[in-house]
Design a protein around this ligand. Structure first.
Ligand code: G3P
Length: 220
């Protein structure tokens, strides 16, 4: 299972790459706005920090505009993946860009029907938004299970399921149980994955007992 960071914050990415757990990055226009910097500058820095796929989203909504923006962004670095919305125009652009050898992440997926369309046009990734479905009272994780089930029926579907809109560690665990290929998560959630109070309590007890022995493993 691959872990992507869902952020355009270069400092956060630089810090978390050190964990060895970051396989890629996803950005979107809202995350770029939060970063408050020029998009292409941020994209170049992220692509240098992370050798894996880095999603960069187009902002034009027309087929021709998405093609032009996608082709332009794909030239920024060899690991750029173009993110297009799950619209008719977006899927038309996905089909052409994919045929040109440019990887595409189809975003804003909220139904299994939409995920079938993304696979049929050759998307490299489809991004079902779990948290936003939960927010409107739908079971977001059910969508991941449904897409995994459908894609398994068709070996010709090579699209990877990228669980997005992740809000907490249980979303990560449940995405893994469902069989998502990738989970993209905010930096905060990646840090939360390490935590368990019994780990802290246990470590503290071990260190207290060790202190009582008066020993050191390395003589200094
Ligand atoms: O990057 C797409 C997705 O992960 C956004 O998540 O938290 O804004 O619903 P969120």
């Amino acid at each position: 299972m691959k872990f992507f960071l869902d952020t355009a914050d270069v400092n956060e990415i630089r810090e978390l790459v050190e964990t060895g757990l970051v396989d890629g990055v996803t950005t979107n226009p809202s995350l770029v706005a939060q970063a408050g910097r020029r998009f292409e500058d941020v994209l170049i820095e992220i692509c240098e920090l992370v050798p894996g796929p880095v999603s960069a989203e187009v902002t034009d909504t027309t087929f021709e505009g998405m093609l032009a923006e996608g082709r332009h962004l794909a030239k920024v670095a060899s690991n750029v993946v173009i993110k297009v919305p799950l619209t008719i125009e977006g899927l038309k652009a996905c089909r052409i860009l994919s045929r040109e050898g440019i990887k595409v992440n189809v975003t804003l997926c909220f139904s299994p029907a939409q995920a079938i369309l993304a696979a049929k046009v050759g998307a490299s990734f489809v991004s079902p938004f779990i948290g936003r479905l939960d927010d409107v009272g739908e079971a977001g994780m059910t969508l991941i299970y449904e897409i995994v089930e459908i894609y398994r029926n068709y070996p010709e579907f090579t699209t990877e399921i990228l669980a997005a809109s992740i809000r907490h560690p249980i979303h990560v665990v449940d995405s893994a149980r469902a069989g998502a290929h990738v989970v993209t998560m905010p930096p905060k959630v990646l840090r939360q994955l390490y935590n368990h109070p019994l780990t802290d309590k246990g470590l503290s007890a071990f260190l207290n007992d060790w202190k009582k022995t008066g020993q050191k493993i390395l003589a200094r």
